[in-house]
Design a protein around this ligand. Structure first.
Ligand code: FES
Length: 135
C-alpha cells in the first residue's frame, strides 16, 4: 500500500490512479485501504468511499470470479447486446460475473463485450457460449 501511495506522490489528481492500482493489486478496495488512502491524501473517508462507490469497476469486497462486461451503449444495444447479456448470465450462473459498461469504442463491430483487457466483437449466441466456456 505504501509503495502504491508513494508512487503517486506529487502527481496531480492521484486518487483515481491510486484506487486503480489498489484494485489491480488486491482485487478490491477494502475499508482499511480507504482509510489509509484518505489519510495519505488528506481527504475524508467519505470522499474516498464516494469515489469508490461511484465507479462500478471498483469493488468493495473480493470477488475472484472472472467478469464479462457487455457494452450497453446505443450501437451495441441496437444489435442485441442486452439479449446476449441475459443469455450470458444464464450460461455463466454464479461462475462468472456478467456486468455492463457504456461503450467500448468499437461501435461499428458490435455487439461487443470485454473480458480482462480484451474486447470481443461481433458477438452472437454461439460466440458468447464459447467465451463463457473458456472462462
Ligand atoms: S456502442 Fe458498443 S462499443 Fe460503442
Amino acid at each position: 500500500m505504501r509503495e502504491i501511495l508513494c508512487s503517486h506522490d506529487g502527481r496531480p489528481g492521484p486518487l483515481l490512479p491510486i484506487l486503480h492500482d489498489v484494485q489491480a493489486q488486491a482485487g478490491y478496495i477494502s475499508e482499511d485501504a480507504i482509510r489509509v488512502i484518505a489519510d495519505h491524501l488528506n481527504l475524508s473517508r467519505a470522499e474516498v468511499s464516494g469515489v469508490v462507490s461511484f465507479y462500478p469497476d471498483f469493488h468493495r469486497t473480493a470477488d475472484p470470479r472472472p467478469a464479462i462486461k457487455f457494452c450497453r451503449a446505443e450501437a451495441c444495444q441496437a444489435r442485441g447486446s442486452e439479449t446476449l447479456a441475459k443469455q450470458a448470465a444464464v450460461l455463466a450462473g454464479d461462475r462468472v460475473r456478467v456486468e455492463t459498461v457504456f461503450c467500448l469504442g468499437l461501435c461499428s463491430a458490435g455487439p461487443n463485450a470485454m473480458v480482462g483487457e480484451d474486447v470481443h466483437a461481433r458477438l452472437d449466441g454461439d460466440r458468447i457460449a464459447a467465451l463463457i466456456g473458456s472462462l
